[in-house]
Write a protein that binds this ligand. Structure first.
Ligand code: IPE
Ligand code: IPE
Ligand code: MG
Length: 244
């Protein structure tokens, strides 16, 4: 009989990791650089973390890229952020596709520039049949908007006689959200030390483990992602039940 100590079974990677990528501005400010420099370095962190997520065997990675409230920023910063998104999609799409990544977007398309909407469509269509990591980019996304739009679509279906009000349950409701077919996040990471959700995945994160990290997003790497996952594995998820 083996005398080796019993090892805990490898819990495996979480199915879905969501990240609020925060701290680009503070990263730049600490270096006396313009905010755009922080966003540029932030987009390099995106590349690293997408690769890291693939290496770690994560199924779904959702990245909060631009919130429905981020339009309140100065127009020049909004334009810089949209410009970086254009560059990211143009440069990375081929590599993402080659690596079997399926790209999806959540958020309101209305309000985005036409060429960005075309890039989104192209990314989604080209990668639709890929079976590797699903990368979900939350762009012009806000949970309140998503939930209100779902309510509107449900009301429309009910008014048209396609749905009876008493048929609307949690599963049905979730089917009207943009995250249809995507499992709820197991873990939600926010970088930069801020501890709030900022209108991100409010419905979907009802039982998500929240991990707040001080690292500023431009410094974030695969090691930080692995640390967050370790922290997650140390948590006990009870879903309202008792321990054990
Ligand atoms: C995150 O960094 C990027 C976006 C919100 C688009 P910030 O730009 O919010 O950086 P801080 O919070 O000002 O440091
Ligand atoms: C949340 O970060 C949005 C994104 C990371 C895209 P913000 O920096 O906009 O959030 P607040 O304003 O600090 O809540
Ligand atoms: Mg911020």
């Amino acid at each position: 009989m083996s005398t080796a100590p019993a090892r805990k079974p490898d819990p495996g990677p979480p199915a879905h990791v969501a990240i609020i990528m925060d701290g680009n501005g503070r990263w730049a400010k600490a270096r006396g650089l313009p905010r755009i420099a922080g966003h540029q370095r932030g987009s390099e962190a995106v590349r690293r973390v997408v690769e890291g997520a693939q290496d770690l065997g994560i199924g779904y990675l959702t990245l909060y890229a631009f919130s429905s409230e981020n339009w309140k920023r100065p127009p020049s910063e909004v334009e810089d952020l949209m410009g970086l998104l254009r560059v990211y999609l143009r440069r990375e799409l081929a590599a993402l596709h080659r690596n079997g990544v399926r790209v999806r977007f959540i958020g309101e398309r209305h309000g985005l520039a036409d060429d960005i909407v075309s890039l989104i469509d192209e990314a989604e269509n080209r990668t639709a049949d890929n079976a590797g990591l699903t990368l979900i980019i939350a762009l012009n996304y806000g949970s309140h908007n998503e939930i209100v739009r779902a309510a509107r679509a449900i009301a429309r279906d009910a008014a048209a006689g396609r749905l009876r009000p008493d048929e609307i349950d949690e599963t049905r409701f979730a089917g009207y959200l943009q995250t249809i077919d995507i499992p709820d996040p197991d873990i939600l990471i926010r970088t930069s030390g801020e501890q709030r959700l900022s209108n991100f995945l409010l419905w979907q994160s009802a039982y998500t483990e929240l991990v707040f990290m001080d690292t500023l997003w431009p410094d974030f790497n695969k090691q930080n992602l692995a640390e967050a996952i370790d922290e997650f594995h140390g948590r006990e998820r009870r879903y309202g039940a008792t321990s054990g």
